[in-house]
Design a protein. Structure first.
Length: 402
């Protein structure tokens, strides 16, 4: 029997890395709040929380009976100017109508109190589901706190659904249905459920989505769904096609930054998406047979999700932080080989990608998609070794020894 050897290097590296990152973030936050004038960032003119203005404004407008404004880009922009009395950056409301159920409680709070509640709720849910306090040190967590985005809540629901898939399949389906507020992040979930033959989870997820559609239509009117389908989605597609550099970090956006036209960028994105679909099917079909662990299959799906979608922002990488933590937990038990150190370097790169995207901007985008794809391929390779071990437990092959 192999002796379980804990690698002593990783805990020291983790502590040093996290303390260094927290020091950098602490100095950044100190500088940031020194430059805040009221609720505005000095220099940029942005409201604190940046993207959170969209969610709070959506809640305020819907509560005030101004639903028609949400899906009209020009009217929504004008409403932001009235609500905050400033020349707002270009924001649009592109979320499906049932997202209003999530943000509606914010309407009763002043903006800064709402931002604080949103941030604390996201952190609490995220750490409670992942069960690793180190998730609070993740750059993706910091990015979401800085710009008031949905990554922490979506990450908590997504990872929670995967954790419940085998033990509470119907509750997992309910969580999956809730991910439909960010539909581009759930595109591979049907592939995973079909491969795993998780019929109860699949059916519950479908019923949850249908219920959300009906309830939101009753609450906000069927016109809200027509406006989202007919007005908001085409507008968002035109913004994606005309991408000119931001914190979007997909293969598509990397190709656009490199100067390729939209049609060529789609061709670049296509193999990334194809690999992600095939990887998800393979992992969850093996999960069904018991030859791959739930952690391995979940890691493949989370990485495949961020590789597959062309509409990926740095704040969506909260889906990847748990994968890095799981990989690091496994790495602690491996010998200190050159290959293992190369893996560590890759996972540290994945861990730091959100911070690099915020600090460097569009210059880091082509690097991000390749890094995420490499992490997915590495996870697949590790999962294939696990698959061989479980199928041939008595094998003395090199694959079984890894």
């Amino acid at each position: 029997m192999r002796r379980d050897r804990r690698n002593p290097v990783l805990p020291a590296l983790a502590w040093v890395g996290n303390l260094a990152f927290l020091a950098v973030i602490g100095s950044y936050l100190f500088t940031y709040f020194q430059a805040v004038d009221g609720m505005f960032e000095e220099g940029t003119g942005n409201v604190m929380g940046r993207d959170f203005v969209v969610f709070w404004s959506g809640a305020a407008l819907s509560a005030g009976g101004q639903l028609a404004v949400l899906y009209d880009p020009e009217a929504f922009q004008a409403a932001l100017g009235r609500l905050f009395a400033y020349d707002a950056p270009y924001y649009t409301w592109t979320h499906p109508p049932h997202m209003l159920f999530v943000v509606h409680p914010l309407a009763g709070l002043p903006y800064l109190w709402a931002l604080a509640a949103w941030s604390l709720a996201g952190m609490a849910a995220y750490v409670a589901v992942i069960r690793k306090p180190a998730a609070l040190c993740a750059p993706a967590t910091f990015v979401n706190l800085l710009i008031g985005q949905t990554g922490l809540l979506i990450g908590a629901v997504y990872v929670g659904a995967l954790a419940l898939l085998r033990r509470r399949p119907m509750l997992a389906g309910l969580c999956i249905g809730l991910i439909s507020v960010k539909p581009h992040l759930g595109v591979l979930i049907p592939v995973a459920l079909l491969a795993a033959r998780a019929w109860r989870t699949f059916a519950t997820a479908v019923l949850t989505v249908l219920a959300a559609v009906v309830l939101s239509a009753l609450a906000f009117g069927w016109e809200s769904w027509r406006a989202w389908l007919v007005d908001a989605l085409p507008h968002q597609s035109s913004l994606l096609a005309g991408f000119d550099g931001s914190i979007m970090v997909s293969a598509f956006s990397g190709a656009r930054i490199a100067g390729l036209p939209a049609w060529a960028a789609w061709l670049v994105q296509a193999p990334f998406t194809a690999v992600a679909v095939l990887a998800t099917w393979w992992a969850f079909s093996r999960l069904r047979r018991g030859s791959v662990s739930a952690t391995s299959a979940s890691s493949v799906l989370l990485l495949s999700t961020v590789v597959a979608t062309p509409y990926l922002f740095v704040y969506d990488l909260t889906l990847v932080s748990p994968v890095v933590l799981w990989a690091m937990a496994a790495w602690r038990h491996r010998a200190e080989k050159l290959r293992d150190l190369a893996e560590l370097a890759l996972w540290l790169a994945v861990w730091m990608v959100p911070a690099l995207g915020m600090m460097i901007g569009s210059g880091v985008v082509p690097f991000v998609s390749v890094t995420l794809l490499a992490a997915l391929l590495l996870t697949l390779w590790r999962s294939s070794r696990e698959n061989l071990r479980r199928r041939h437990p008595g094998s003395k092959s090199k694959a079984a020894a890894l």
